[in-house]
Write a protein that binds this ligand. Structure first.
Ligand code: CS2
Length: 476
C-alpha cells in the first residue's frame, strides 16, 4: 500500500477532532519527538474540538534532524496515534500540528515564530540533556553550543532560541509569553527560568522586561511512548487504510498536571482532561520518583539480564519484587502525596502499565542518558533516605545497575548494551581508570561529579550499598 495519509486521502470515519485548515498557530513546541505528538498535541486537539477555538494550532520545532518534517510534510502535517492496551489497538488521526520547523536549517524562522504576536505559549519536550544544565541546576556556560549562541549566531540551543524569541517579541509588540517545560525534571518550570536568567546575565541581554513578564509554570507529563517500529506502521496502515510515516505509538494512559500560572491566553486544556493546579510539585515528585525511578531500575537490571523490553523485565518475578521494594521501602517514605492520590495504588498501577505486553518499550530506550536521568529519578530519594538515617538499598541497587550496565556493556547472553549518553566519553574514561573489584568501579563512577555531588560521593552508607549492589550484579 503506497497512498499516504493526507487531507485528501483521509478515510471517512478517521476525521481528526478539528479541521486543520481552520487552525492558526498559537503555540510553538520545541522538541517535536514522538512524546509531544502522543501527549500535548493530543490534549491540544481535544481542547480545540471541545471549545471550537481555532487559535491553538501548533508550530512544531525539530531540534536536530529534518526527519519529522520529511514525514509530516507530504501528509499535510497529519499523523496518527496508535494506542496499544490490553484490548485491540485503536487509532486516531491528530491535526493540531500546523507547521514543522527544523531548527538547524532555519534558526531564524524559529525565533520569528516565538516572536509571533499570535503565539502566547511555548511548550518544550527537549529531554533532560536538551537543557544544557549543570548538576547543581544552572546553565552550563562551558557548553560550546551555549557559548556560540551567546556570541550572537542564529541560536541553536533551546535557551538561546527562547532568549532570542523574547528579545524579538519586544520588537514585534507581542504580549508576555508563557514557557511551559514538559520534561521529566524536578520543578521543570523554575529550573528553566533559572537557565534563562543565567543566559541573560552571561549575554547581557536586553530582554530583562520580556523575561520578567514571562511565566514558567511547572508541569508533570505522563504517557509511555515507545519508539515506533515498522510493524507498528504496518498495523496502522491496516487500521487506517492509508500509510502514515509519522505514526506514534502509546499506551492508553494519559496524564498532564499543569501549574496554573500563565502570562496570557492558553488553550482550555482542562476541558481535555488536564489538571490545572496551584502546586504541581507533589504530582511531579511522585511521578519521577515512582514511575521513572522503577522504569530506570527495570531498564538496567532487565537489560543486564538480557530482556529486550520493559514488559519482559517486569514480568520477571525477582525484578518485579525489587521494583515493588524500591517503591515501598525507599521512595514512598520520602513523598507527600498530592490530594486524591493513593501512593500504594499508584505504584501498583505503574507496574501494571509497564507489564503491557503490546507496548514493545525497549529497555535500551529507557536506559539511555542515564547520567542526566539518575539525578532526577533516583538520587533525590537516596539523599532524603540518607538524611533520615535510613539505608536506601533498592535505590542504590538501581544506581549499581546503571554502573554495571555502563561498565560491562554486555548483557547476560553476551549481547551488546550500547552506552547512549551525553557523557559517554567521560563515563568510559572513568571506568577505564577504575581500580580493582566492585569498590574500584563504584569509586570511579562516584567521582563523576556531573552526576554525583561531593556530599553524596563521600557518603559511606551509599558507597557501601553501591558496592553490595555491584557485587551481587557482577556475581550473576
Ligand atoms: C522513560 C520515560 O524513557 C524513559 O526514561 O522513563 O520516557 C517514561 O516512559 C515517561 O516519563 C512516562 O510518562
Amino acid at each position: 500500500m503506497s497512498e499516504r495519509l493526507s487531507l485528501q486521502s483521509l478515510p471517512a470515519g478517521m476525521k481528526p477532532g478539528v479541521d486543520p485548515r481552520e487552525l492558526t498557530v498559537g503555540i510553538v513546541h520545541l522538541g517535536l519527538g514522538a512524546f509531544h505528538r502522543a501527549h500535548q498535541a493530543v490534549f491540544t486537539e481535544r481542547a480545540a474540538a471541545i471549545t471550537g477555538e481555532t487559535r491553538w494550532g501548533i508550530s512544531g520545532v525539530s531540534q536536530r534532524s529534518a526527519s519529522v518534517r520529511d514525514q509530516l510534510a507530504p501528509q499535510d502535517s497529519l499523523y496518527s496515534v496508535l494506542t496499544r492496551g490490553l484490548d485491540s489497538p485503536a487509532i486516531q488521526v491528530i491535526a493540531s500540528i500546523r507547521e514543522v520547523l527544523t531548527a538547524p536549517e532555519d534558526p531564524d524562522a524559529v525565533v520569528a515564530r516565538i516572536a509571533d504576536p499570535g503565539v502566547s505559549v511555548v511548550t518544550l519536550t527537549v529531554t533532560e540533556k536538551g537543557y544544557r544544565a549543570v548538576t547543581s541546576g544552572g546553565l552550563d556556560l562551558s557548553d560550546p553550543e551555549i557559548q556560540q549562541d551567546l556570541a550572537g549566531r542564529p541560536p541553536r540551543t533551546v535557551v538561546g532560541q527562547l532568549a532570542a524569541g523574547l528579545v524579538r517579541r519586544a520588537e514585534t509588540g507581542a504580549g508576555p509569553l508563557t514557557i511551559l517545560s514538559c520534561d521529566n525534571l524536578v520543578a521543570n518550570g523554575p529550573f528553566l527560568r533559572r537557565l534563562m536568567d543565567d543566559y541573560a546575565v552571561a549575554g547581557q541581554h536586553k530582554m530583562t522586561e520580556q523575561l520578567e513578564l514571562a511565566r514558567f509554570p511547572a508541569s508533570m507529563v505522563d504517557r509511555i511512548v515507545p519508539a515506533t517500529t515498522e510493524a507498528d506502521r504496518d498495523e496502522a496502515a491496516r487500521l487506517l487504510g492509508v500509510r502514515d510515516e509519522a505514526l506514534v505509538v502509546a499506551e492508553p494512559f494519559l496524564q498532564w498536571v499543569i501549574e496554573d500560572d500563565f502570562a496570557g491566553a492558553r488553550p482550555a486544556w482542562e476541558q481535555a482532561g488536564a489538571v490545572l493546579t496551584d502546586d504541581v510539585a507533589p504530582w511531579e515528585q511522585a511521578k519521577l520518583r515512582m514511575l521513572n525511578a522503577t522504569h530506570s531500575m527495570l531498564a538496567y537490571l532487565g537489560g543486564l539480564r538480557g530482556y529486550e523490553t520493559i514488559a519482559e523485565a517486569v514480568r520477571d518475578p525477582e525484578l518485579a519484587e525489587l521494583a515493588g521494594e524500591l517503591l515501598a521501602y525507599d521512595v514512598v517514605p520520602t513523598l507527600t502525596p498530592p490530594e486524591g492520590l493513593d501512593l500504594t495504588a499508584y505504584g501498583t498501577s505503574v507496574l501494571e502499565r509497564f507489564a503491557n505486553p503490546a507496548l514493545k518499550h525497549r529497555t535500551a530506550q529507557v536506559a539511555m542518558d542515564g547520567s542526566v536521568k539518575l539525578p532526577v529519578r533516583l538520587l533525590g530519594t537516596v539523599r532524603d533516605r540518607l538524611a533520615a538515617g535510613a539505608g536506601p538499598r533498592f535505590a542504590s541497587l538501581a544506581v549499581a545497575g546503571w554502573m554495571v550496565y555502563v561498565a560491562t556493556g554486555k548483557d547476560a547472553n553476551g549481547r551488546e548494551l550500547p552506552l547512549d549518553d551525553p557523557q559517554a566519553t567521560r563515563l568510559r574514561e572513568a571506568v577505564a581508570k577504575a581500580g580493582p573489584g566492585a569498590a574500584g568501579l563504584v569509586d570511579a563512577l562516584l567521582s563523576v561529579d556531573t552526576v554525583f555531588d561531593e556530599q553524596l560521593a563521600a557518603d559511606q552508607t551509599f558507597r557501601a550499598l553501591l558496592i553490595e549492589g555491584v557485587t551481587s550484579l557482577q556475581r550473576r
